[in-house]
Design a protein around this ligand. Structure first.
Ligand code: ADP
Ligand code: ZN
Length: 527
C-alpha cells in the first residue's frame, strides 16, 4: 500500500479538482459534502449515475481518518478500489473473497492510519472482530451504499443491513451517510428508521428542471443570432451569456452594450474589484446581462435568471447542465439557448488531444465530449438525453425543448457522406473544412488550382449542396467520430477507422437537417 497522497488538509473543492480531476460538483453533491465535513448525517437519494460516490469519497479525504464504506456488491468493490488507487487514493476492501493473510494486511494498514477509504461487506463489518478493530481506528465517516437493502419491502433485502443501526450507538460521533437510487417515500422512511438516521438531513435529487427550455441551434452568425434571441424572447430580462475566452467575453459585452443592453463582462482577467462590482450589480439589479467565462457562477444563486446563452460549446454534459441550471431557480419559464458549430467541435477536440494528462484521463474526457455532442446532434427529445446521462428517466418526450417543439427533419446523407469522406481522402487528409468544401463545390480559388486539386475525382461533385449544408455534413461527421481534426495541425480533417463501412458503401447514414438560417429578424418567440 502506498502513502502517496499528501496529508495536508484540503478543502472539498481542492479534493474534487486535484484528486478526482473534476471542475465542479454536481447538483446536491456540494451540499452533501459540506454536511458531512461539518459532522452531520445525510440520507441521499440520487439516480444511478448521479454521482453518489463522490458524496462520501470527498469528505472521507477531507476529514481526518478513514472513510468506511459499506457496500453489498462485492464484485464492484475491487473495481472501485482499483479506480481510486489509480487516482492516488489509499483505498482497500475487506470481504469474503480474500484470504486470511490479505485481510490481516488490510487490517494492519487500517489501524496504522494508512487508508483513506475502506470498502467493507456488511456481514464483515458487523463481526465483533471488525468492530473491535474500528474502535482502534480513526474514522472519518461511515457510508452505507445501496441503503434500500434494509427495506424488507424491497427486492434487495439483506438482513445484515438491519444490524448496521448499531453503528449509530457504537460510534455516535462519527457522521454517517446512507445512499440509494431507488427509494420511494416509504422506503426512505424505513431507511431512516432502521439505520437510526432520523436526525439526518435528506438530500433528494431528480435532475429534471422542467421550467428550463433547452434549445441548441447551428451557429451561423453567432452575434446576430444572440441579439435576435434576446430581442425576441428576453428583452429586459436577466441573463448569462457564456463564452470560452476572455477576449470573446469582452467583445460580446461591448456588442450588447452598443445595442443598449446592461451587459457586464466577467472573467478571471478583470481586476478583482471590477469583477466583484459586476457580480454585485448582477445580483442586485434587474435586467443585467452578464457575459462570462465559466469562471462565473460558482455559488451564484440568483432566482430570476431568465436565460443562459452559450456562444461556445461546454466540454461536458456536467458543465452544460450546471451552467444552464443557473437559469430559472425560481421555477418560472426560462431558456437555455446555445449555438454551436463545426469549429466548436474541432476546437474542443484539439484542446483535448493536446492537453496534458494521461490516456486514461483523455479517454474519459473524450467520452464526455462525445456525450455533449450527442446532445447537440440528437433528433429526439434533448431533455431525455440529458437526464438519461445522469441516470434519470423521462417516460415521455418533454415537450419543452427545441427538438420536441419542432422535430428536426432528417435526410439520407449516405451519398453526401461518401463524397465528403472521399474528398478528405483524395486531398491527402491535410485540409480543413473550408478548403474541402471548395473542392466539393468546384471552386476555382488560387490555392486549390495550385495544389492541382481541380484534377481530383471529387472536384466539383458536391454542387448540389450549399456551403452551409456541407458544413452541417462535416460537423455531423466530426461530432459522430467519422472524421477527426488533426490535433497538431490547423484543423485538417482525417478519416477514422469508423468511416470504413461508409466509404465502402456498406452502411447508410441519416443526417440531421439543420433549420433554415433565420432571415432578417427571428420570428416565432416560443413564449
Ligand atoms: P452513482 O453511484 O450515483 O451511480 P457514480 O458515483 O458512479 O454514480 O458517478 C457516475 C459518474 O459520474 C462517474 O463516471 C463519475 O466519475 C461521474 N461524476 C460524478 N460526479 C461528478 C462531477 N462532479 N463532475 C464530473 N463527473 C462526475
Ligand atoms: Zn424534449
Amino acid at each position: 500500500l502506498s502513502s502517496e497522497r499528501p496529508t495536508a488538509v484540503q478543502t472539498p473543492e481542492q479534493v474534487l479538482h486535484e484528486v478526482f480531476g473534476y471542475d465542479s460538483f454536481r447538483p446536491l453533491q456540494e451540499d452533501i459534502v459540506k454536511e458531512l465535513c461539518a459532522g452531520g448525517d445525510a440520507l441521499v437519494l440520487m439516480p444511478t449515475g448521479g454521482g453518489k460516490s463522490l458524496c462520501y469519497q470527498v469528505p472521507a479525504l477531507v476529514r481526518p481518518g478513514t472513510g468506511i464504506v459499506v457496500s453489498p456488491l462485492i464484485a464492484l468493490m475491487q473495481d472501485q478500489v482499483n479506480a481510486l488507487k489509480e487516482l492516488g487514493v489509499r483505498a482497500a476492501f475487506l470481504n469474503s473473497t480474500m484470504d486470511f493473510e490479505q485481510a490481516r494486511a488490510t487490517e494492519y494498514a487500517l489501524m496504522s492510519g494508512e487508508l483513506d477509504l475502506l470498502y467493507c461487506a456488511p456481514e464483515r463489518l458487523i463481526q465483533p472482530r471488525t468492530i473491535e478493530l474500528l474502535h482502534n481506528t480513526s474514522i472519518a465517516l461511515f457510508a452505507i451504499d445501496e441503503a434500500h437493502c434494509v427495506s424488507q419491502w424491497g427486492h434487495d433485502f439483506r438482513s445484515d443491513y438491519l444490524q448496521l443501526s448499531m453503528l449509530a450507538q457504537t460510534f455516535p460521533d462519527i457522521p454517517r451517510i446512507a445512499l440509494t437510487a431507488t427509494a420511494d417515500e416509504r422506503t426512505r422512511k424505513e431507511i431512516a428508521e432502521r439505520l437510526s438516521l432520523t436526525q439526518a438531513r435528506h438530500f433528494i435529487s431528480g435532475f429534471d428542471r422542467p421550467n428550463i427550455q433547452y434549445r441548441i441551434t447551428p451557429k451561423i452568425n453567432a452575434n446576430k443570432q444572440l441579439l435576435d434571441f434576446i430581442k425576441t424572447e428576453h428583452e429586459g430580462d436577466c441573463g448569462i451569456v457564456y463564452c470560452l475566452s476572455r477576449k470573446k467575453v469582452d467583445a460580446t459585452a461591448k456588442l450588447l452594450q452598443s445595442k443598449g443592453y446592461n451587459a457586464l463582462p466577467y472573467h478571471a482577467g478583470l481586476a478583482a474589484d471590477e469583477r466583484a462590482s459586476n457580480q454585485n450589480r448582477f445580483l442586485r439589479e434587474d435586467s443585467i446581462i452578464i457575459v462570462a467565462t465559466i469562471a462565473f457562477g460558482m455559488g451564484i444563486d440568483k432566482p430570476d435568471v431568465r436565460f443562459v446563452a452559450h456562444l461556445d460549446l461546454p466540454k461536458s454534459l456536467e458543465a452544460y447542465y450546471q451552467e444552464t441550471g443557473r437559469a430559472g431557480r425560481d421555477g418560472k419559464p426560462s431558456t437555455a439557448w446555445m449555438v454551436y458549430g463545426l469549429q466548436d467541435v474541432i476546437k474542443l477536440r484539439q484542446m483535448l488531444e493536446t492537453s496534458q494528462g494521461n490516456d486514461h484521463f483523455k479517454r474519459i474526457e473524450r467520452q464526455k465530449l462525445d456525450a455533449m455532442l450527442g446532445l447537440c446532434e440528437v433528433t429526439g427529445c434533448r431533455r431525455k438525453v440529458l437526464l438519461n446521462y445522469f441516470g434519470d428517466e423521462l417516460d415521455q418526450p418533454c415537450g419543452n425543448c427545441d427538438t420536441c417543439l419542432t422535430p428536426p427533419e432528417t435526410w439520407d446523407g449516405t451519398v453526401a457522406v461518401q463524397k465528403a469522406l472521399s474528398c478528405v481522402f483524395r486531398t491527402g487528409q491535410r485540409f480543413g473544412v473550408t478548403y474541402l468544401i471548395d473542392v466539393l463545390r468546384g471552386s476555382e480559388n488560387d490555392r486549390l488550382v495550385q495544389m492541382g486539386h481541380q484534377q481530383v475525382s471529387t472536384y466539383g461533385i458536391g454542387k448540389d449542396l450549399t456551403a452551409n449544408e456541407w458544413k452541417s455534413v462535416f460537423r455531423q461527421l466530426v461530432a459522430n467520430g467519422y472524421l477527426r481534426a488533426d490535433p497538431d495541425g490547423y484543423g485538417a480533417l482525417q478519416l477514422t477507422e469508423q468511416c470504413r463501412p461508409l466509404l465502402k458503401g456498406e452502411a447508410s447514414v441519416q443526417l440531421r437537417k439543420d433549420p433554415e438560417p433565420p432571415k432578417s429578424t427571428a420570428k416565432g418567440s416560443s413564449r
